[in-house]
Design a protein around this ligand. Structure first.
Ligand code: ADP
Length: 161
């Protein structure tokens, strides 16, 4: 039985993330999507909101569960008894940062493998940053996120003014 951890900020989850989660759920027996509690970047959604959006969006995957974590990804992997960390790769910039993080994680926990999946070409330029920017300016983000996330973005951005 191989359990994989799919960690990230997911602020909010979008189709690029969903594609990776779906493919990971076919590759591994179990997948735990882990929402990072406190990344060093400004967030739009709270940890609870990001968790709930991920949970709702991925409810159709019976072997995938959603949790939150704080601290080191490899510590979370061990706590979850996951032997693989899954990440998505969009471009060379992602490759370089994943390579760096993968090296550090391997030093800390050589027993935890890294599995990078190339992203679906349709979402090659999709990032949570561009999604929030376009949504904030009133643009149509329906090709990039499911309805629930679109509604959550609308509610959050309207509320913020
Ligand atoms: P992080 O801050 O950890 O990079 P993100 O929520 O931005 O968190 O991304 C989580 C994971 O999803 C990362 O592995 C990232 O490379 C991947 N990812 C982000 N955007 C896409 C996309 N458009 N297609 C596929 N994977 C993506």
């Amino acid at each position: 039985m191989v359990r994989a951890l799919y960690p990230g900020t997911f602020d909010p989850i979008h189709h690029g993330h969903i594609d990776i989660a779906q493919r990971a759920s076919r590759l591994f027996d179990e997948v735990v999507l882990a929402v990072y509690d406190a990344p060093p970047k400004k967030l739009l959604f709270s940890t609870e909101e990001r968790l709930e959006l991920a949970r709702t969006t991925l409810a159709h995957l019976p072997n995938l569960s959603v949790t939150t974590y704080t601290g080191l990804t490899v510590v979370c992997a061990r706590q979850q008894q996951a032997t693989v960390v899954v990440r998505g790769l969009r471009n060379v910039a992602d490759f370089e940062s994943e390579h760096r993080m993968g090296w550090a994680n391997h030093q800390l926990a050589p027993d935890v493998e890294l599995c990078c999946l190339f992203c679906n070409g349709d979402y090659a330029y999709l990032s949570a940053t561009i999604l929030k920017e376009v949504a904030g300016l009133g643009g149509n983000v329906s090709p990039w996120v499911p309805d629930t996330v679109q509604q959550a973005l609308r509610a959050k951005l309207t509320h913020r003014g």
